[in-house]
Design a protein around this ligand. Structure first.
Ligand code: HAM
Length: 427
């Protein structure tokens, strides 16, 4: 029987073995980020509500409809982070990382984010992101570097179906004119009330409307790609050239707009075709004015947020289709100890500790279980080997080593068992 309580609706929770896979996926990312020179941040999970209002933007769905905002006991308005970028930039400025020289500041972080969305498969109220940011450089090589880190990580997990959808949203110089043009076009269309309001508040988001009847009306809409200033166009061409050099395929997606207001120039999404409605497994882009928006100095930046929950779903979907996404978590148990009798139990407890110290994942049956029950535990543990120790083995100074898949059993001297197991497991 479970308790009288359940996790709140829409919270994505993970338990073993899936949580082990999630953790391995995260660790693989940590490795990629380290290799590219990104340092790790551990950040506030809640922030001053105004940080998101000013950073992410009042007109976004995230800020206007989806934030978990509360007043604390001191009367301050706080919000559980709905995304990481504003908080990362806040922390970089607060800790003066940008003053230590050597821009860009390259950092990454991970953890839960919170949005009060309608929960469904792949869309949760508490979800997990990997977030990476490079702050303080306008160089298009930084754009390409960050995209490559995400791309290589997907690849290293064995994912083969990820698509990179790429666009440029222009800058604060060229976008206002484009925005006005788009608005003029949209005002001429026969749109419903809510969409007409959106035209006035956030016209670019209208381009993202998924309804076929609206999509049809938008076929002739002016595209930002045709209205970029010379500097934005050069930047965008350079990013695309660098991605080509790195062998990363992208799809120009001139209608791609993102749900957060801070984006400028390079914007992109990673899409996975097997995930249905929630196919956006990651997204990112430049935010060259965000630092000023939150009261900091001019510091251009770029980064991404990758959805861990959806990445895991993508991995499982590809594995189900037999598409060779072979990534698995490292084993939690390679060797399982079975002791028969008290003295054997005491010895085996020591042996298991020795195995762990030697880097072998080891576990044993507790509670004085009989052979049959303990062997069941051994099978259930997923271990490749069982080491079985009885009174007679102790007398002979050996232990029984059983291959749990093949069934072979041999006696190995106790003094050699750790080395023997390490050799066998390395094969
Ligand atoms: P975002 O596109 O809002 O961007 O979120 C990034 C990713 O988080 C999405 O592609 C998706 O995989 C995942 N995600 C978002 N909402 C949910 C949800 N409710 N349930 C499950 N997964 C979700 C950002 O958050 C930006 N801060 C990314 C960024 C970093 N841009 C520049 N730097």
């Amino acid at each position: 029987m479970s308790s009288s309580f359940q996790a709140p609706k829409g919270v994505s929770e993970y338990v073993p073995p899936r949580a082990d896979l999630l953790q391995a996926v995260r660790q693989r990312f940590a490795e990629q980020a380290r290799l590219a020179g990104y340092g790790y941040l551990e950040l506030a999970v809640f922030e001053d509500t105004n940080l998101f209002r000013r950073g992410v933007g009042e007109s976004t769905d995230v800020v206007s409809k989806e934030m978990y905002t509360f007043t604390d006991r001191g009367g301050r308005s706080l919000t559980l982070r709905p995304e990481f970028t504003a908080g990362v930039l806040r922390a970089v400025l607060e800790h003066g990382l940008h003053k230590r020289g050597g821009l860009p500041v390259k950092v990454w972080t991970t953890g839960p984010a919170f949005r009060a969305e309608r929960p469904q498969q792949g869309r949760y109220r508490q979800f997990y992101q990997l977030d990476l940011e490079a702050i303080g450089s306008e160089d298009p090589q930084v754009d390409a570097e960050t995209i490559a880190i995400a791309w290589n990580w997907y690849r290293s997990l064995g994912l083969t179906r990820v698509r990179l959808l790429l666009n440029s949203l222009g800058c604060r110089e060229c976008r206002p004119a484009y925005r006005a043009r788009l608005q003029e076009f949209l005002r001429g269309l026969d749109l419903d009330e809510a969409t007409r309001t959106r035209v006035e508040i956030n016209p670019l988001r209208v381009l993202d409307d998924k309804r076929p009847e609206v999509r049809a009306l938008l076929a002739e809409a002016p595209l930002v790609a045709d209205h970029l200033c010379a500097a934005c166009k050069t930047h965008h061409d350079r990013v695309r050239g660098l991605l080509s050099d790195l062998g990363i395929p992208w799809e120009d997606t001139p209608t791609l707009v993102r749900g957060l207001d801070y984006y400028t120039r390079t914007t992109y999404e990673f899409d996975h075709p097997l995930l249905g409605a929630q196919s956006g497994i990651g997204g990112g882009g430049r935010y060259d004015g965000l630092s000023e928006d939150i009261g900091g100095p001019p510091l251009p930046g770029i980064g991404f947020g990758l959805g861990l929950d959806r990445t895991l779903l993508a991995l499982e979907a590809e594995q189900e289709e037999g598409e060779g996404a072979a990534f698995t978590a490292p084993p939690r148990c390679q060797v399982f100890g079975v002791a028969l009798g008290e003295e054997a139990e005491r010895r085996l407890f020591g042996l298991v500790a020795e195995l762990r110290a030697a880097g072998v994942a080891a576990d044993m049956a507790y509670g004085g279980k009989k052979l049959k029950g303990a062997m069941k535990d051994a099978d259930r543990s997923g271990a490749r080997y069982a080491v079985i120790l009885g009174e007679r083995d102790i007398a002979a100074g050996s232990v029984q080593l059983k291959d749990l898949a093949g069934g072979d059993q041999t006696a190995v001297p106790l003094t050699e068992i750790v080395t023997t197991l390490r050799e066998r497991l390395a094969r």
